[in-house]
Design a protein around this ligand. Structure first.
Ligand code: AHR
Length: 504
């Protein structure tokens, strides 16, 4: 058996994790909205057409914030089409995904649904085919109280109270050649600055996110970030990052090392943000919004065969297997380890489209990646401790030397709880792990959840929804202030401890 050590110190803090790093994303794409969160004719829906089974699974996740309505979709979106009496809403071709958009679910329905889900909205504006004026109008419709054209239009549509949306994305992936209205970095940076300025003149309480590169692999990565920020540094609050992984070569060891790429991406973007800060002699810090992260590759082949210009196709419907859950867990660990600079992150997406929740006309179920996302959202809120991991290494084809053990510890000082998240990436051997917890006097194990399956390719389906699901099976103990555990081979672990000293 391999051995490893986790080293923490209660005075050595990364910082409090912003709750918004457990966010997600709903785009008008495939069956995310229609047939996902909304299905008017379904017996599983409420009187508004919201799928009750889906809402129950979303509520369980306690998603703090959901990005909407895209994604690529937003770059051709006319928000006015999606509000007002449903029978008057136009049916439009959506050029981003080459499907038909009926607009039967829109902005106000999403605001209502989000309230029921217990989530805030992160709204994206269209900077592909539109610009600052339309973004300002949309903000006026959403956030202005009353007495102006767009705020009164909202009230006439039946929404007296403003939606009060605090977080706004300035377009989506504007560097991508696939994006409707792709821009150069200078063009986009100027447009982002103008848009953010106008929006903040109307509502100074909002925060805005400028588009970073669509991924670390973009040839313009780095240059794009620097140039965009150079144009809009003073006007925006966050810079976005997007990244997806896939086990295309069926090399699981390499695949599971993928969060090392995410790590490089984050540290590089922080460096660029701070370089622009230095160049501008600015006191302001730009933080990161990792507003699209996930695994996306299983559906690539089937999506090539999709018919165009239909409604709600089965698009981007990745069926996630057990090894995907391990990488999702490691990506969450990486996000938490950067909680001092990553303030927002969105698992892309939430329902049916590269999502933790899948639906059919007769039910909804949890995909494998649901579990690490659930656990991080429930037990990862608190102060992130600098977590040193002394672990044996392996050689990954793409990322070089990689630690078998990924881990991060979260401390909730007020309730005296400590959570250890860990992934053992070793495909053959269990790992014996210790951690000196003498500073956490009285802390004992509350539970040790383990997500494990012998078959790395095991999936959950509607017929067999619990094939990959967590068990309270972990072997952990605290003796004389030392924590001992075994993280079994290829497993996701959540160890929860609490100060039980004064408990009866
Ligand atoms: O999440 C799916 C798509 O991935 C989004 O629409 C786009 O922003 C990204 O390329």
């Amino acid at each position: 058996m391999k051995t490893a050590k986790i080293i923490i110190d209660k005075y050595f803090l990364i910082g409090k994790a912003d709750d918004r790093i457990f966010g997600s994303f709903i785009e008008h794409l495939g069956r995310a909205v229609y047939g996902g969160i909304y299905q008017e004719e379904s017996p599983l829906a409420d009187e508004k057409g919201f799928r009750k089974d889906v809402l129950a699974l979303v509520r369980e996740l306690k998603v703090p914030v959901i990005r909407y309505p895209g994604g690529n979709f937003v770059s051709g979106f006319r928000w006015e089409d999606s509000v007002g009496p449903k029978e008057q809403r136009p049916v439009r071709p959506d050029l981003a995904w080459q499907v038909i958009e009926t607009n039967q679910f829109g902005l106000n329905e999403f605001a209502e649904w989000s309230k029921l889900a217990g989530s805030d909205i992160m709204m994206a504006v269209n900077l592909g085919t539109r610009g600052p004026e339309d973004a300002k109008n949309l903000l006026e419709y959403c956030n202005f109280k009353k007495g102006t054209y767009y705020s009164d239009l909202r009230r006439r549509h039946g929404y007296e109270a403003p939606h009060d949306i605090k977080l706004w994305c300035l377009g989506n992936e504007m560097d991508g050649p696939w994006q409707i209205g792709q821009k150069t970095a200078v063009e986009y940076g100027k447009r982002a600055a103008e848009t953010s300025r106008m929006m903040k003149l109307l509502d100074p309480g909002i925060e805005t996110v400028a588009c970073g590169s669509s991924g670390l692999m973009m040839p313009t990565f780095g240059e794009w970030e620097y140039t965009v920020l150079n144009e809009c540094y003073d006007e925006v609050d966050y810079l976005s990052l997007h990244q997806y992984y896939g086990n295309r070569d069926n090399d699981t060891k390499d695949y599971l090392a993928g969060n090392a790429g995410m790590e490089d991406f984050i540290t590089s973007v922080i460096a660029i943000c701070d370089a622009v800060k230095g160049k501008k002699h600015s006191k302001k810090q730009i933080d990161l919004s990792f507003d699209e992260w996930n695994i996306w590759y299983h559906s690539e082949e089937q999506d090539k065969k999709l018919e165009k210009w239909v409604q709600m196709p089965h698009q981007l419907e990745d069926v996630y297997n057990f090894e995907d859950a391990l990488l999702a867990g490691s990506m969450l660990i990486t996000l938490l380890r950067h909680a001092d600079r990553v303030k927002i992150a969105c698992l892309a997406q939430l329902v049916n489209v590269i999502a933790p929740i899948m639906t059919s006309d007769t039910g909804a179920w949890k995909q494998t990646i649901y579990y690490p996302y659930l656990h991080a959202g429930l037990y990862g809120r608190g102060t992130v401790l600098h977590t040193l991991v002394s672990s044996p290494l392996y050689e990954s084809k793409t990322y070089g030397e990689t630690a078998y053990l990924d881990s991060v510890c979260i401390w909730k000082e007020d309730t005296e709880e400590l959570t250890i998240f860990a992934v053992n990436k070793n495909l053959e051997e269990d790992m014996e792990v210790t951690c000196d917890l003498r500073q956490f006097n009285g802390y004992q194990i509350v539970e040790h959840l383990v997500l494990f399956h012998e078959d790395l390719k095991a999936v959950n389906t509607q017929a067999d929804p619990d094939r990959v699901s967590p068990e309270r099976a972990g072997i952990s103990k605290v003796e004389n202030g030392i924590f001992y555990t075994v993280f079994i081979k290829h497993s996701w672990n959540v160890v929860r401890l609490k100060n039980l000293k004064d408990q009866p």
